[in-house]
Design a binder for this molecule. Structure first.
Ligand code: ZN
Length: 255
């Protein structure tokens, strides 16, 4: 789960204590608590469990302490995605079912706008994005787990109407937020870092070309490549790619 106090994610080791039952609950209330291993802060949640005809489930679950988790959204994430994530995170402590609905809506928004998938049912859109192979393999597998974690077989409305408020499985709302956070990093933060690195290397090529190798015919092109490779610790293919980018950006050709 994502720690509501700090930006870290951890596997919680909940200690649970039954509180009692009430005719309205068809089950019992349970209080559980854990500590974040990173910041050591206490996290407490209250769960309303149902128990019918030998089957058990979670009717509702809310964070009791802290009451509202602190959403941490990377600064590279554009609007409205950043705001939609904050809303889903802020709602978690009040209503996991509402938070999960907001998360599913944001997930679909991301798949369509950043993943470029055709508008369809959520599971089909996830399948289409996975087939594009643009996400890291582990994240792509996590995305595929949305329907299992959310038990879509029992709640098909989650697939057809993503914003619908439907029963959540235990831990589903928190898991959706973690997945969304990783997707936001993949769609916004990673490309921004690559862009910054590419721009910096093109500037390096320009500077070195201006200072050291005014005449390509003088045989200095090999030295230029070696200097850039050593300075920026590039592999040979990376060096070649950045050199091509440099040329495409209007630099002198050093083939
Ligand atoms: Zn923490």
């Amino acid at each position: 789960m994502k720690c509501p106090h700090c930006p870290d994610t951890f596997t919680p080791n909940w200690t649970a204590q039954g509180v009692g039952s009430d005719p309205d609950t068809e089950g019992s209330w349970q209080l559980s608590w854990t500590n974040c291993p990173s910041c050591s802060r206490l996290i407490v949640r209250l769960t309303d469990r149902w128990n019918r005809e030998g089957r058990r489930g979670v009717k509702s679950e809310r964070l009791v302490y802290p009451t509202i988790p602190i959403p941490v959204v990377p600064e590279e994430v554009d609007e409205p995605f950043s705001q939609e994530f904050k809303e889903a995170a802020a709602t978690l402590g009040i209503s996991p079912t509402a938070s999960a609905a907001l998360s599913r809506r944001l997930l679909q928004h991301l798949l369509r706008e950043k993943g470029g998938v055709k508008h369809s049912k959520l599971v089909s859109e996830i399948k289409e994005l996975r087939e594009k192979n643009i996400l890291p393999a582990t994240l792509s597998d996590d995305l595929d787990s949305v329907r299992q974690v959310g038990n879509f077989a029992a709640h098909p409305i989650k697939n057809t109407e993503t914003e619908a408020v439907a029963d959540v499985e235990e831990g589903e709302a928190e898991w959706l937020l973690e997945l969304l956070h990783d997707l936001l990093v993949a769609f916004f933060v990673a490309p921004a870092k690559r862009r910054a690195r590419r721009d910096s290397l093109i500037r390096s090529w320009r500077l070195l070309a201006r200072n050291r190798c005014r005449s390509p015919a003088s045989g200095n092109s090999g030295r230029l490549r070696r200097e850039v490779r050593a300075r920026d610790q590039l592999s040979r293919p990376q060096c070649r790619n950045y050199q091509l980018a440099f040329c495409a950006a209007g630099g002198t050709t050093y083939a």
